[in-house]
Design a protein around this ligand. Structure first.
Ligand code: PRT
Ligand code: ZN
Length: 301
């Protein structure tokens, strides 16, 4: 812990890449307002003791490891590769996953050139596999008892087979269009990945710990709000059990009396899943009226 700013949390996020916009969006939804430093490397939280450090994604676990940052937002693929590398060197990884986040989804997959006959992991034996994730790939091969040569590259993995540098590849895939453009076919998934929040397992100052907990609760709230809807309707009292069954993912709804009506009530409920038109039509069919579906902006469980 540095003496200069002991009570401020520091979170590392990707400076410029696929995770940047979603990471900044998540922090903004958690209420963080910040000013950007002159060097564009740091943002200083104005309303929370939380500063944001912009770095290459590969450096994020190391910054938490070295106690430069308390938290990081980074792909699980990067976290796992680093963790395995540290373990191989006999170093305990000082970053732990605390939350999976709803962005940066992709998979680390084995892909083979057109014409390569793939009949399962055994087909990889004796082959040269190009990847930027040698440790994750090595674990996968070991789990399947396959001996192959791992060719570690720092980028442009998809062209390695055409250049004769490897027989096949192990790379990140999201839509699959890069593979298709390079005449490669995905044959096995090695790791399902998405962005995750990591933090140091090392004890930190109580004030920092409290802010970390607050941030985690806000992140949970942000994640829960996605797809959640607030439903309000009027319905016959007798239809309440049927309505509860129809409302997707709702906890005990609030039931309120309607002025001057004994037979009908107002029902309010938070639904944690998408509410389809079909559901609204079914609600109407069992006597509901004045049905309103509203977006939920914030939620704190
Ligand atoms: O400069 P820096 O080191 O920070 O960035 P980077 O170039 O290493 O990372 P970046 O921005 O490309 O990706 C950051 C993170 O986003 C990754 O570590 C993953 O966790 C996640 N992610 C999600 C992806 C993809 N989807 C993805 N598709 N990372 C890379 N790709 C690559 C993929 O390898 C392929 O070459 O994008 C290409 C296109 O994929 P398709 O299948 O959509 O064609
Ligand atoms: Zn990177």
């Amino acid at each position: 812990m540095s003496a200069a700013a002991p009570m401020r949390l520091r979170i590392a996020i990707q400076k410029s890449g696929r995770l940047t916009d979603s990471s900044l969006d998540l922090l903004a939804r958690c209420g963080l307002k910040y000013t950007r430093g002159k060097d564009q490397l740091m943002c200083y939280g104005e309303n929370m003791p939380l500063d944001v450090l912009f770095v290459r994604d590969d450096d994020i676990p190391d910054l938490v490891q070295e106690d430069v940052c308390d938290l990081g937002l980074v792909g699980l693929n990067v976290v796992e590769e680093k963790r395995l590398r540290f373990e191989a060197r006999g170093i305990a990884p000082l970053f732990e996953r605390v939350r999976p986040l709803d962005f940066g989804r992709c998979r680390l997959s084995i892909a083979v050139p057109d014409g390569f006959e793939y009949r399962g992991p055994g087909s990889l034996a004796g082959k040269r596999i190009a990847t930027t994730y040698p440790s994750i790939l090595a674990r996968h091969l070991a789990e399947h008892g396959v001996a192959a040569t791992i060719v570690e590259l720092s980028g442009a993995v998809e062209i390695a087979p055409r250049l004769g540098r490897a027989d096949l590849i192990c790379d990140l895939v999201s839509t699959g269009s890069t593979l298709a453009a390079n005449h490669l076919r995905e044959v096995a998934t090695v790791l399902e990945s998405q962005a995750v929040l990591i933090r140091t397992p090392v004890p930190i100052a109580p004030a920092k710990r409290d802010w970390t907990e607050r941030l985690l609760l806000r992140i949970d709230g942000v994640e829960q709000v996605k797809g959640s809807k607030y439903i309000m309707l009027h319905a016959p009292r007798a239809a309440l059990p049927a309505i509860a069954k129809l409302l997707p993912g709702s906890e005990a709804p609030t039931v309120l009396p309607l002025d001057g009506r004994d037979d009908r009530v107002a029902v309010h409920a938070v639904c944690r899943e998408t509410v389809f038109w079909e559901t609204l039509e079914q609600l109407k069919a069992i006597g509901a009226s004045s049905v309103l579906v509203l977006p939920v902006e914030k939620m704190l469980a």
